[in-house]
Design a protein around this ligand. Sequence first.
Ligand code: ASP
Ligand code: MG
Length: 412
Amino acid sequence: MARIVMKFGGTSMAGIERIRHVAQLVKREAEAGHRLAVVVSAMAGETDRLIQFCREASSLYDPREYDVVVASGEQVTSGLLAITLQGMGLNAKSYMGWQLPIRTSGHVAGLIDGIDADVLERVFDEGGIAVIPGFQGVSKAGDVTTLGRGGSDTSAVALAAALKADRCDIYTDVDGVYTTDPRIVPRARKLPAVTYEEMLELASVGAKVLQTRSVGLAMREKIPIRVLSSFDDRPGTMVVGDDQIEEFKMERQLITGIAYDKNEARVTLTGVPDRPGSVASIFAPLAKANVNVDMIVQSVPRAGQKSDLTFTVPTASLAQSRDLLEKVRAEVGFDELLTDTNVVKVSAVGVGMRSNAGIAAMMFQALADRGINILAITTSEIKVSVLIAEEYTELAVRVLHSAYGLDAEAAE
Ligand code: ASP
Ligand code: MG
């Protein structure tokens, strides 16, 4: 008998037919004798709809009231799943965030401070199944809160940690984590397992299977995650620690996956004076405004000359970044401020990179062979990213997927 947290995303919960199907999956695990806490998302599209209502009601809505409105989507689906499970003869009951409680701080994108397991332990002792709305918690003041978009993944992992669960199963509309986007590369393969770190890097560069925060939490709490589809019975992908990955007896590749992210924009400042503090006064206002600067390249000036500075910011922060930079233009004394949104960041990720030289060189060569120009580069211990023109996205992803030997033998 294991303790399992099962989490179902919005597509799996969209409508009574699908909820019935989810209930079957829950029943199967219950019949296998497992202790179950089930975390649900709102029906697909529902959270967007609720947010839109808030905006229409007032453009300056109060975050407290936003949470009251937006948390309701998950309340509906958890009640409906509990009703459905009861109809199948199972001892299931819903528990709202405040009933456990899931203690959080902050509204709209709240952080989980802790979850009390007592209520759920009692449910387990009595052989019951707990259905819990993802995404919601309660503040110190007793108000309803939400955890930020995609937050029910984090709810599920936090619950798994509080319950010391053996596993957190995340049922979604994709059947696992792939070596790259199968829409671009039909010969992409589903990975039997990835490490937390790889998943974090993949998520940060565009492979949005899990909310990034949930992966960080699972890594800290050592909760194995299984990503699988609620629509078919295939095994899915395990997300585990470095020490467990060997169990999956995969032939370890140098590279685990290729991801791309179109939500980056390039900013170039020309003629930046070559003196201590120039770069600091450019990035300080961006940092203060919480703009997430990613890739940074600075040209080396010849003696007495100025340099050029290129970096990327999320496209959504570009307008704000321009404003902030214009404000420091006089103080810093740069010449031009150029921006480009037609860029994409393509990344190769894999823990195999740690012990192998030449991974980045292979990437640069593969792109050079296709005449793709590199605008900026960043690396981490397990990731190499390049910024290129957006029109080359598909070509670059395909070329790198084969260059690193990731193509499946035959299309699956
Ligand atoms: N329903 C919320 C959202 O759409 C939370 C979630 O589904 O993870 O962002
Ligand atoms: Mg999600």
